[in-house]
Design a protein around this ligand. Sequence first.
Ligand code: SAM
Length: 400
Amino acid sequence: MRHLLQRVLQQDRTFYWKRLSNLRACTQGVRLRTCTTIYSSKVDQCCYPVTVSQHCLNYREFHSTSKCLPSSLHSSKSTNSSIARLRPYCTNVTTRHEDGELLRDTLDNISVLEAVSYWTAEFETAGVPEPDASAEYIAAHVLGYKSFSLISPLVQNLTAEERTRMSELCQKRMKRMPIQYILGEWDFRDLNLIMRPPVFIPRPETEELVEHLWMYIQEDLTRQEDELAILEVGCGSGAISLSLLQEFPQAHCTAVDMTKEAVELTQHNAERLGLSGRLDVKQMQFNTSADFETKFDVIVSNPPYIWTQDMETLEREVAGYENYCALHGGTDGMGVIRDIIHTGHRLLKPGGSIWLEVDPRHPDMIQTYLHNHLQYQLHLTGVYQDFNNRPRFCCLELRE
Ligand SMILES: C[S@@+](CC[C@H](N)C(=O)[O-])C[C@H]1O[C@@H](n2cnc3c(N)ncnc32)[C@H](O)[C@@H]1O
């Protein structure tokens, strides 16, 4: 009975968490990345999730403060970007210098909407992905808002400093810097994390990985009371470890990464969030000889898993800014995955599990690999799909 109740509560929580994300994105400005994101994988990168509802909200906000728009723009059913629709009305931004410095130098009176419209057009012309979302994120950031939908009123003029700042940040976007690096922060589940190149930017799929692992731990009542020892391989900004530490007060995480930048950023994020007391961060190249003083209940990893052949297809945002070693997983993307599986038997406590985010081709390959290496005593007991219905998350359990 207790178990059944637990399960119902869990389902409720997942539902609640996703709904909450949705609601927040529309009402409080927290970015939505669980339900309606357009970012999908490490190969088809594009991480500027802005929902249609946000656009509609922007539109309605703008409309309620503006007297000059024709009635055709009244419809709140519009699914187009508010900015794109308003562009014809932003008439005083018509020309620019070649270096794109028009906003800074010559326009004294430019509203938030006009600035966003201007930069959206610039991004579109330059082929920058997600042009309107990029401009909106930057405008919101410059004005000190969490999201564009919160800026009120949108017709307010930018100050000279705001114009300059917006121009500087938009120039970075023109060079295809990911928006997360430009803003210097990004939300992962309930956490706000500092982002710094070249440390890997956490993806929305990884939020799902943490949610699956959360449910798994919740189901095991014994683990809820006992200390929970977690190892994360390849911690990047610390997103997974810090989320788990926040969720589970009984957890202690060891987070390793081969790069100094990632280790420093994880430590920095942990201290900012007050979670460093239960976290050990180590710079090390995880391989088959990796050894630790303790054994773990859970090993979790979002390892580099892109196949060599797919590295060519990466967006400029990814290939140009994020660490190569955070992405490339070897010829078949399984390099670090195999090392984790190989060491699992030695590093896990009896009954422990490994949780991996992988390429959709990997679950079958992992199954075959385990079948050919029965000595590891690991069993693929769960494969879960991401929000695009692709098999993305694997649970491997150690069974004697
Ligand atoms: C895809 S990123 C994931 C980062 C973070 N966990 C996240 O989900 O946002 C992979 C990380 O693994 C690290 N890495 C790659 N190979 C590694 C290895 N053999 N040992 C330790 N870290 C490794 C990279 O530096 C990178 O930070």
